[in-house]
Design a protein around this ligand. Sequence first.
Ligand code: CTP
Length: 402
Amino acid sequence: MSQGRVLLAVSGGIAAYKIPDLIRALKRAGHSVRCALTPAAGRFVTPLTLQTLSGEAVRSELFDPAEEGQIDHVALADWADVVVVAPATAHLLARMAHGLADELVTTLLLATRAPVLVAPAMNVNMWENPATRENCERLRARGVWFVGPESGLLACGWEGEGRMAEPAAIADAVERVLAPPSLRGETLLVTAGGTREPLDAVRALTNRSSGKMGFAVAREAARRGAEVVLVAGPSALETPPGVERVDVETALEMREAVFRALPRAGVVVMTAAVADFRPAQREQHKIKKEDLAEDAGLTLELVRNPDILAEVCRTPGTRTVVGFAAESRDVIEAARRKLRRKGCDLLVANDVSRTDAGFDTDTNAVSFVWPGGDVEELPLLSKAQVAAHLLDRVEKLREERA
Ligand code: CTP
């Protein structure tokens, strides 16, 4: 248990009624908690409740001499190991994105050097508004952590995304933020997404991989202090904070990018769904039906792409290499054969026939298949959690070898 100092910044949203539960969860985990309120927060949850549960004086005024006398606002910002903003209203996110310091909470957020975790809560239309989207993107790019929001019935009567994450989920996220930088000094090379193999000027062969699993591994590795090179097939996903991203389109481009980064990588995690074949030739112009006989079909000739993972495994070095296996039947046996064929240190087997796991989902159900034949089956988890389990194993493997 990390036992950190949590500065809980509460803004004025109805979800503030859940903050007493959050304080309880944080205290149970062994953390010290101090609360700071925006001017509107006290209308949704009383300072006295927060004070009683946290066991600390609650601050709500920037320039109140009595409050400043107890602990001044800069000292409070310095005290925190992590600042949690819950609930984070659209207005507060906007003020954060613009670096305003117009009252106590925004001033603390600007003054602190601690990581910041926000738990947004608002009406679904406010959450989806491009202004809020842009503000969140800006904050993410600055390294602000997000937990939620979740989907469901909202206090305003609308249904959709905008509910604050549950206190237990926020407390879990605090643990992740406070975790020690266990991969500092290590460089991870991660491949993600599907490749796109052009057929003519407008068409391509590709697959359904979203890249979410690989991006989650990259995000988690960066959070653990690693330098991360993320070689990504076409994907609209946001680059995780602190990650060096190399965008590629085809398997051949991916291979080139991987081998360029390989000399500095101590750990390689290949989640990409690489196309095994590519069109033998790429037509320079669009293939036109009028150039073919009436009713004629079209036969494509495909040639093999290189197996990047197998080539990496054959490249001499002391790196740890993790492969993924997308299987739709006899998952474990097929994964065992794949592990032997490719020669990696660990293979993560994915059952892509499930609808709640695999391609383009936020959750994944995987098994870790080890070279000795052992299999560890994980329950259905978020891709972020799978990434955390995976890197725990990688760290252990590195320790055992050191
Ligand atoms: N892989 C790779 N290069 C390829 C194909 C796959 O680097 N040309 C990597 C993937 O990133 C993954 C692992 O190999 O880590 C297994 O990928 P998968 O698609 O499951 O297996 P394939 O080797 O393509 O075998 P098959 O499609 O026959 O199951």
